[in-house]
Design a protein around this ligand. Structure first.
Ligand code: C2E
Ligand code: CA
Ligand code: CA
Ligand code: CA
Length: 278
């Protein structure tokens, strides 16, 4: 039922032009960056629409390249997928996020859910499951862990991906469909996978108040998700208007610059510290 797949390597240009030479350099550099610990995680808050309180965090990777400056994850993640290092990267992210969370925990009045982004390829390799299990064992008091994955990621081998997801769910992981609405799959198809959450893509959220079609897409997605027992998150919420629309539509959670940009763990901790004192 899902023939339209898009390669995880779609951004890679196989021709030896300047762009791919740059990709090759990036690939080597990204591998080294992982070994040399040049990555760090920033965190963006997720807000409960009903209470307005922070209820979760999404970890977003950052790479300060020694000569090229800041490089977007959209540009180096594909390189790591190509070079075969994406398992190592995702495991690093998981371990770092759980380590960072331990630091944050003493400042929280209630636990937060912790979301990380994983790659399509992770769900196609048995060793991902083994590595995740090993990491989770080391963090017995971990928060609820959510793995965000794009819908197209599930398309290259849906059956295998589904088996992997089930195994991870058994170990307490939840799955979220990222950038929902930009891919090719139907919600009825996705709801047959062990998925708990949909993140409605920011391209629909940002102009909901002026684009009736986008408003309608968000509205009906939230309704359908609800009837399928899926939680919804509106991402890329940049304004008070989008936020109140999401609340009115009963979208469960909201995330975006209106609440906070992704920030370092130090900044996050001082945010919660200042709330402690009030
Ligand atoms: P994403 O998972 O869809 O993450 C949301 C992106 O939107 C982030 O960009 C975030 O900084 C940005 N964003 C958040 N709120 C707003 C808003 O209100 N308005 C706008 N215009 N943008 C907003 P970022 O951090 O550059 O990440 C880009 C993509 O890179 C992510 O998209 C995700 O697909 C990927 N990525 C990031 N971290 C990781 C990671 O640790 N592992 C993997 N595999 N992929 C990652
Ligand atoms: Ca995400
Ligand atoms: Ca997204
Ligand atoms: Ca994205």
């Amino acid at each position: 039922h899902c023939k339209k797949s898009r390669s995880a390597f779609a951004r890679f240009d196989p021709q030896l032009d300047e762009h791919s030479l740059n990709n090759l350099t990036l690939m080597t550099d990204a591998k080294q960056a992982l070994e040399n610990k040049q990555f760090c995680l920033h965190y963006q808050t997720q807000i409960d629409s009903d209470t307005g309180a922070v209820s979760g965090l999404e970890a977003l990777i950052r790479w300060q390249h020694p000569t090229q400056g800041f490089i977007s994850p959209d540009d180096f993640i594909p390189s790591l997928e190509l070079s075969g290092d994406i398992n190592a990267l995702s495991c690093w992210v998981l371990e770092q996020a759980l380590t960072d969370y331990e630091q944050l925990k003493p400042h929280l009045s209630k636990p937060l859910a912790l979301s990380i982004n994983i790659s399509a390829l992770n769900l196609l390799e048995e060793r991902f499951l083994t590595s995740v299990e090993a990491i989770m064992l080391r963090f017995p008091a971990r928060p609820t862990l959510v793995m965000e994955i794009t819908e197209n990621a599930l398309m290259s081998d849906p059956e295998y991906a589904c088996t992997m997801m089930q195994a991870l769910v058994k170990r307490g992981v939840e799955f979220s469909i990222d950038d929902y609405g930009t891919g090719y799959s139907s919600l009825s198809y996705l709801s047959r996978l062990p998925v708990s959450e949909l993140k409605i893509d920011r391209s629909f959220i940002f102009d909901m108040e002026t684009d009736l079609r986008h408003f309608t897409i968000v509205q009906s997605t939230v309704q359908l998700a609800k009837s399928l027992d899926l939680r919804t998150v509106g991402e890329g919420c940049e304004t008070a208007i989008s936020s109140s629309i999401l609340k009115d539509l009963n979208c469960d959670k909201q995330q975006g610059y209106f609440f906070s940009r992704p920030v370092s763990m130090e900044e996050l901790i001082s945010h919660f510290q200042s709330m402690d004192g009030s």
